[in-house]
Design a protein around this ligand. Structure first.
Ligand code: SF4
Ligand code: SF4
Length: 172
């Protein structure tokens, strides 16, 4: 080893430090700044609505049947035109997901005939006790842009009779 070797190593190290100091920082200032997720990311579930504000969920429990972790609990009740939550006969009066059980497999999403349950991009899941890990329908339901679009609401009789919307292309 030459007498200048330690000095050269030191300069090489400092060179790397200076080079990195000029690079764009990769740190996100969470929670003010959120990291964008990948297109196929599976985060917290959302219960979707139609454009008119009616809930897509018809309380059929197919998502609960498909769930390998038995994380979903659904209870259905009857819709009326005076008090309508979703198109068709029934709506989910109770919809709960136990996030401690969920493995984010997306089977519930695949099983849903109305595309009501969707795994979204929200990864902010934290709770301090087991009870808070159970997400209720109120927590999962998509918000409405205006008060007139809330559910339940009175609708014109005989209009919203189909539970599952007609598909343009059944292969879709
Ligand atoms: S993502 Fe999978 S484990 Fe989680 S609720 Fe849906 S089906 Fe169950
Ligand atoms: S989310 Fe979909 S599969 Fe689950 S109960 Fe509602 S309509 Fe049925």
């Amino acid at each position: 080893m030459g007498v200048f070797d330690p000095l050269l190593e030191l300069l090489r190290g400092l060179g790397t430090t200076f080079k990195m100091a000029l690079d764009k920082p990769v740190t996100y200032q969470y929670p003010e700044e959120k990291r964008p997720v990948r297109p196929r990311f599976r985060g917290r579930h959302v219960l979707k609505r139609y454009e008119n504000g009616l809930e897509k969920c018809i309380g059929c429990s197919l998502c609960a049947a498909a769930c390998p972790a038995d994380a979903i609990f659904v209870e259905a009740s009857e819709n009326t035109d005076e008090k309508r939550f979703s198109p068709g006969e029934r709506y989910a009066s109770t919809y709960e997901i136990n996030m401690l059980r969920c493995i984010y497999c997306g089977f519930c999403e695949d099983a849903c005939p109305t595309e009501a349950i969707v795994l979204g991009d929200n990864y902010e899941l934290s709770f301090y006790d087991r009870r808070s890990a159970i997400y209720t329908k109120e927590m999962l339901l998509e918000p409405v842009p205006s008060v007139e679009m809330t559910t339940p609401r009175k609708v014109e009789p005989g209009v919203f009779t189909r539970s599952v919307p007609e598909m343009k292309d059944p292969q879709d």
